[in-house]
Design a protein around this ligand. Structure first.
Ligand code: HEM
Length: 505
């Protein structure tokens, strides 16, 4: 017995340091879990009491919800909000970034249409590529308001959109000719290539005029493509204070690209300033002839022109690719749209902008595609609270990033009947505006920072869609069926570029 007691005492004295360490470890773990495991995660640690009613995932230590975002963040965030019963409003952390997301029209309206969320959090890559001095990322204030007013008057006004109709029509016809050539030579249309090339031409000529050399177009096209890659890349610096690092050389590449853009666009501006021959009807000329008090300095002008080209290219091409994919998948809907065009326009003349109001089914198709495949499922770029504000009676502190999950709203079965079904008729039975007044479907955002290019974008998409359907029957390629898988970069693209066949009518 004595021996047993002696053995026990010896073992426990030997184990004491381990027991103590174990105790210390468990206490530290409990303390740190208490620190990390708060609703919304670590970035909310100083605010979770004042915003106590806000549910959300605690996420990972330091990383927050970043690992759960995945490549299709809109779907994952919708699923997380659903599991936390937080569709109205959910808090979460992206590294050290404190964020909220709305997946409901009521809270979306409060965020987008109130005055509190009128800034945007700017990504490092966007800042380096000069977008801070352009409309999309300029902080709320006199400069941004001035830019919006100038763009509204000289780029997006109804008069300007109508002035550009000839160019849009010409580009639409050029595309159909290229598609015919593709069919004859290759037996297939690689739609993405055709759309990207011609959308760029369309926006470049709207901004800089038509006498623009092909070499320059190609140069700008290459820069836009590079810019997309860079801005879509994940950058640790956007969520952690690690500005001294440059993972993947993103910063270096952005600097380099910004330099090339400044030289290329700067040269165009200089040449136009020297060319005193004739007044041209394009955005650049409008910027150069602004009244003195509105005039932009050269570097700001470069930033604004660069943004127009950058933004005006991909959204339209991506939306049309989704639309044509849907047209091929639903031949009966395609036939109905064509019948409408045949009745209202016929086959002997080109479609015009003035025909579009007489084509409600065609407009319904565009709305239905924007509902199912919004190019900006999280409304492209988020908003930033400039002061403390209440959303749904919960206090949201200044500096919080706010997102709206438009994809989740437009797929919500409590808002939309059969939300996964492609049925344009729903907008014939019960029409609605998609320009930002009804948050059940606001693919262009809403409020003071809503997309200023929405009318121009829609006019372009409607005209080109009508042209494509008037000219061809669209059928699948026997080897490449339409694949609706998504890929979220800056915009929500089709993962597999659409390849299809067209049959002349
Ligand atoms: C189908 C076409 C388009 C879609 C789906 C789209 C979508 C969007 C969305 C969702 C926003 C954010 C709105 C918000 O925060 O509430 C936005 C902003 C913006 N868009 Fe568009 N857009 C399209 C076409 C265009 C075009 C053609 C241009 C210009 C040529 C353009 C220029 C801009 C600019 C400058 C902003 C920033 C506005 C600001 O922050 O004040 N967009 N767009």
């Amino acid at each position: 017995m004595k021996l047993l007691i002696l053995a026990t005492l010896t073992i426990s004295s030997l184990l004491f340091p381990f027991t103590f360490l174990n105790f210390l470890f468990c206490s530290l773990l409990a303390l740190s879990l208490n620190f990390w495991l708060i609703p919304g995660g670590f970035a909310w640690r100083n605010h979770h009491r004042s915003s106590a009613n806000l549910p959300g995932p605690s996420g990972w230590p330091l990383l927050g919800t970043l690992p759960q975002m995945g490549p299709l963040a809109h779907r994952n965030l919708a699923a997380i909000a659903h599991s936390f019963k937080a569709t109205r409003l959910m808090s979460f952390s992206l590294g050290t970034t404190r964020a909220i997301i709305s997946s409901h029209p009521d809270t979306a309206k409060q965020i987008l249409c109130g005055s509190a969320f009128s800034d945007r959090p700017i990504k490092q890559s966007a800042r380096l590529m000069m977008f801070e001095r352009a409309i999309g990322f300029a902080p709320n204030g006199v400069y941004w308001r001035n830019l919006r007013r100038i763009a509204a008057n000289h780029m997006f006004s109804p008069r300007r959109i109508s002035d550009l109709e000839g160019l849009r029509r010409e580009v639409g016809v050029e595309m159909t000719e290229e598609m015919s050539r593709n069919m004859t030579i290759d037996g297939v249309v690689r739609l993405r290539e055709v759309l990207q090339k011609h959308t760029l031409k369309n926006i470049i000529e709207s901004v800089f005029g038509s006498d623009f050399k092909t070499v320059r177009k190609n140069q700008l096209s290459e820069m836009v493509r590079e810019g997309y890659e860079l801005i879509a890349m994940f950058n640790w610096e956007d969520h952690f204070p690690v500005s001294f690092l440059d993972f993947g050389g993103v910063k270096r590449k952005c600097h380099e690209l910004a330099g090339r853009v400044s030289v290329a666009v700067g040269q165009i501006v200089e040449e136009r300033k020297r060319d005193k021959n004739e007044a041209k009807n394009d955005f650049l000329s409008a910027l150069l002839t602004l009244p003195k008090e509105d005039q932009l300095n050269d570097s700001d002008m470069v930033a604004v022109l660069w943004e127009m080209i950058f933004r005006g290219t991909d959204t339209i091409a991506i939306l049309l690719e989704w639309i044509m994919g849907r047209m091929i998948l639903h031949p009966e809907i395609q036939a109905k749209a064509r019948e409408e065009i045949d009745t209202c326009v016929g086959c002997n003349r080109h479609v015009r902008d003035s025909d579009i109001p007489n084509l409600p089914y065609l407009q319904a198709i565009v709305k239905e595609v924007l509902r199912l495949h919004p190019p900006g499922p999280l409304l492209s770029w988020a908003r930033l609270a400039i002061h403390d504000v209440h959303v749904d009676k919960v206090l949201i502190p200044a500096g919080t990033t706010a997102m709206v999950n438009m994809w989740a709203i437009s797929h919500d079965p409590s808002i939309w009947k059969d939300p996964w079904t492609f049925r344009p008729e729903r907008f014939i039975e019960d029409d609605m505006s998609i320009m930002g007044s009804d948050l059940r479907l606001a693919p262009f955002g809403a409020g003071r920072r809503a997309c200023p290019g929405r009318a121009l974008g829609l006019a372009t998409v409607h005209l080109w869609l009508a042209t494509f359907l008037q000219r061809f029957e669209w059928v699948p390629c026997s080897t490449k069926p339409v694949n609706l898988s998504e890929c979220l970069k800056l915009s929500l693209e089709m993962k597999k570029a659409l390849e299809c066949c067209v049959v002349s009518r």
